[in-house]
Design a binder for this molecule. Structure first.
Ligand code: NAD
Ligand code: TYD
Length: 350
């Protein structure tokens, strides 16, 4: 019997990779992609599979409880992979409420709908919540985030994601809802909206625009290729244990400024520019308020229990990513027109 899987936020960056993977790898799945198509959601991300008969797009808002309840009543989903979210820290600083609505209220609406739809029989069902390592707060020079690290969110974005994680676990503890949570480090790769560091800087280098580095640039992130995250989500959805949390990370820490220099070198090569040309675009600007110093994930549990590890070295993933953006200028032009321009001029006065 075909299984019906609801994927929320499937028109976004990571969601589109998860949708594509599930449609292509599981012939007995019917995939429903529920997305509001905010500025970050783009159906062009799924052109290659949009005609597949096992793929369905549903336009809708997870904040609308009535709509979500009807959707669950209509389709009797076997599983949910929940990625829909407001995801950009800088936007959460200017508009926290939108993050509370989508990330917290939206998640609780989905939990309520799943609980109601599955109440006769929880067996074989799963609510898989995709979250971030930012819920753990900020690390000093040493140490890694474990699954047991206490939550210490420090931005409106991470506070809203932490809250949603707590609700997901509370529904398991209180109602016995079958759930899994994963917390992943920073992703990079194709189809990422160019407001996040790597695609923004590729776009700016391509167009000879300043590269706005926050503060001293000595902030550290752990970078994972998005297709490796999608592979981890697939594995956890199928093999993960009910009620568990899995950390996902790249074992790949970079200070922003070092990463930016490597990116500049790759871009000089790809654009046939003299070595050192792109680095001249680096422009230090006022720091992000409350900027978290360092994130780094310990993904040992996922490796030891389910056998997952990243498939790519960072340099290889970065080069693939640069190639993708340079070969998909039309996609970039579409997403950087209109509303993007207003956001950009408000966020960066350079
Ligand atoms: P994204 O911003 O690219 O995509 C989010 C998607 O959710 C968009 O398609 C958007 O239209 C949709 N959406 C937003 N509000 C909605 C609403 N109210 N109803 C329905 N759909 C809505 O985000 P992403 O980077 O792909 O992140 C996906 C998930 O993974 C998020 O939950 C995020 O917290 C988590 N995550 C992201 C990263 C990362 O580095 N990007 C790392 C770890 C975890
Ligand atoms: P970002 O891609 O926004 O992810 P997150 O804040 O969720 O980790 O930023 C990654 C790092 O790059 C973070 O330390 C902030 C920094 N950054 C800049 O220095 N300049 C920028 O314009 C952006 C978007 C980010």
């Amino acid at each position: 019997m075909a299984k019906k899987i609801l994927i929320t936020g499937g028109a976004g960056f990571i969601g589109s990779h998860v949708v594509r993977r599930m449609v292509n790898n599981y012939p007995d799945y019917i995939i429903y992609n529920l997305d509001k198509l905010t500025y970050a959601g783009n159906l062009e991300n799924l052109r290659d599979i949009e005609d597949n008969e096992r793929y369905n797009f549903v336009l809708g808002d997870i904040v609308d409880a009535g709509f979500i309840n009807e959707l669950f009543a209509k389709h009797s989903f076997d599983g949910v992979i929940h990625l829909a979210a407001e995801s950009h820290v800088d936007r959460s600083i200017t508009n926290p409420l939108e993050f509370i609505m989508t990330n917290v209220v939206g998640t609780v609406n989905l939990l309520n709908a799943a609980k109601e739809a599955w109440k006769e029989q929880y067996g074989g069902k799963l609510f898989y919540h995709v979250s971030t390592d930012e819920v753990y707060g900020s690390l000093g020079e040493e140490g890694l985030f474990q699954e047991t690290t206490p939550y210490d969110p420090r931005s409106p974005y991470s506070a809203s994601k932490a809250s949603s994680d707590h609700f997901v676990r509370a529904y398991e503890n209180t109602y016995g809802l079958p759930i899994i949570v994963s917390n992943c480090s920073n992703n990079y790769g194709s189809y990422q909206f160019p407001e996040k560091l790597i695609p923004l800087f590729i776009h700016n280098i391509r167009n000879n625009k300043p590269l706005p580095v926050y503060g001293d640039g000595k902030y550290t992130r752990d970078w994972l290729w998005v297709e490796d995250h999608a592979a981890a989500i697939d594995l956890i959805f199928h093999k993960g244990k009910n009620g568990e949390t899995y950390n996902i990370g790249g074992f790949n820490e970079w200070q922003n400024i070092d990463l930016i220099r490597v990116l500049c070198t790759v871009m000089d090569k790809k654009l046939n520019r003299a070595p050192g040309t792109s680095e001249q675009l680096i422009t230090y600007i006022k720091d992000r308020p409350g900027h978290d110093k360092r994130y780094a994930i310990d993904a040992t549990k996922l490796n030891q229990e389910l056998g997952w590890k990243p498939s790519l070295q960072f340099e290889e993933g970065l080069e693939k990513t640069v190639d993708w953006y340079l070969n998909n200028e039309e996609w970039l032009n579409h997403v950087t027109s209109g509303a993007y321009k207003n956001y950009y001029s408000k966020q960066y006065q350079i």
